[in-house]
Write a protein that binds this ligand. Structure first.
Ligand code: TPP
Ligand code: MG
Length: 415
């Protein structure tokens, strides 16, 4: 019998490990302005080339170039810059608060601020986002969501609107179109598609926006959601945030090596774009394009946002153990805040001095919010909701077995 070579599997490896320089050539970048902008009523298959290329607007000199450059007033862009800066400052302070044991856990979106803040500007009141824990920018971009309220949730204190029942960061702000964050990854996708379908069944005009990370696309829920979204042309935007890492697992392990995450959408009959997620203008333009499609009954859009997780996965993670510590500095798509600032300076509507002033104002605003939130208690001083409150709000009428347990708790702890 013919002797055959033994079979073997391919196990993708990151292109950089601690002590090495990462080879980012795997990213397949396109120059700014090069990717086509198809009409919003395009067929899904006609987006195939864009799912393998990269929609970019801001070039290296900070100029807005090409067919995707959005129409937007400079004042609106300054608002976007402010939202990104506010998000970064908020994150930095809450990271410190966790190290000071005032909160138990935190997750930053350092380096990914454009993805959520620019998207927020493309949605309308009543639309519903189904975010993961890294889209706090959706909330911080809004003037009607108080930082104090978010911080009270993080501190699980007496003013925590969720009464300490959710992990810090897992916000729920219905009035701001921010669906309760679920720690069970990828559930966001099926929930959002279902919500969008319900909106259409009711004859409403609101759309849904779903969020998932590169790693979580390996979950079955991701694929199920794509099938339903395609079949019923659900009014939904399907955001895949490819920040290169899923904790210590490189995005290639989730299937980003020989293809793109955007290409998954095309394969499922969904119009798909691969977009520079660190380019505020590109995020805004692609989000508007997808929102217009959803609102016009033209079907779902999948968008892969290429970005980089600049910080640790969470306060429980140490990325220097699995990737080069200076990776972010070498990431070819740069820093979204620096890039939008460069654009505004090039437009002559912004300056270093204005930037510094805004930075200081925002730092003061975040600090003041923190002081106020801390006045309602932190993890350190135990101003948490009473333990007995865990029995409330579950059932309309408390069932007898819970009444027994509540009585037992009160007898044992004197509450
Ligand atoms: C279904 C499920 N599996 C595993 C986890 C544990 N977990 C939490 S975050 C995470 C990594 C997710 O990475 P990615 O989807 O790329 O999102 P990112 O954190 O990079 O934004 C994992 C495995 C979880 N929360 N839910
Ligand atoms: Mg990731």
């Amino acid at each position: 019998m013919k002797k055959r070579k033994p079979l073997r599997l391919h196990v993708p490896e990151p292109t950089g490990r601690p002590g090495q320089a990462t080879d980012f050539s795997y990213l397949h970048l396109s120059p700014a302005g090069q990717a086509r902008r198809p009409p919003v009523d395009t067929t899904p298959v006609d987006t195939a080339d864009i799912a393998y290329s990269l929609v970019r607007v801001l070039d290296d000199k900070g100029r807005a170039v090409g067919p995707w450059a959005p129409k937007i007033e400079p004042a609106e862009l300054v608002r976007g810059l402010r939202a990104m800066m506010k998000t970064r400052i908020f994150d930095a302070r809450m990271q410190i608060a966790q190290r000071q044991k005032k909160i138990s856990f935190y997750m930053q979106c350092l380096g990914e601020e454009a993805v959520a803040t620019a998207h927020a500007m493309a949605l309308e009141p009543g639309d519903m986002c189904f975010p993961t824990y890294r889209q706090q920018g959706l909330l911080l971009a809004r003037d009607d969501v108080s930082m104090v309220e978010l911080m009270c949730q993080l501190m699980s204190n007496a003013h925590d609107p969720l009464k300490g029942r959710q992990l810090p960061v897992m916000y729920s702000v219905k009035r701001a179109g921010f669906f309760t964050i679920s720690g069970n990854l990828a559930t966001q996708f099926i929930q959002a598609v279902g919500w969008g379908m319900a909106s259409a069944i009711m004859g409403d005009t609101k759309i849904a926006s779903a969020w998932i990370g590169d790693g979580a696309t390996a979950e079955a829920d991701f694929h199920t959601a794509l099938t339903f979204a395609h079949v019923y042309r659900a009014p939904v935007i399907l955001n895949v945030v490819n920040n290169q890492w899923a904790i210590s697992t490189f995005q290639a392990i989730a299937g980003g090596e020989a293809t793109t995450f955007a290409a998954r959408g095309v394969g499922c009959g969904i119009a798909s774009l691969r977009v520079d997620g660190n380019d505020f203008l590109a995020v805004l333009a692609a989000s508007r394009w997808a929102a217009e499609r959803a609102r016009g009954n033209l079907g779902p859009t999948l968008i892969e946002w290429i970005t980089y997780r600049g910080g640790a996965h969470s306060t429980s993670d140490d990325p220097t153990r699995y990737r080069p510590a200076d990776d972010w500095q070498h990431f070819p798509l740069g820093d979204p805040i620096a890039r939008l600032k460069q654009h505004l300076v090039a437009l002559k509507v912004w300056s270093d001095a204005q930037h510094d002033t805004m930075q200081k104002e925002l730092e003061a605003e975040v600090l003041a919010a923190q002081k106020e939130a801390e006045s309602h208690g932190t993890l350190l001083d135990g101003h948490t909701p009473p333990v007995a409150s865990m029995f409330e709000d579950v059932y309309k009428e408390m069932p007898s077995h819970l009444k027994v347990q509540l009585a037992q708790l009160e007898a044992e702890h004197g509450h």
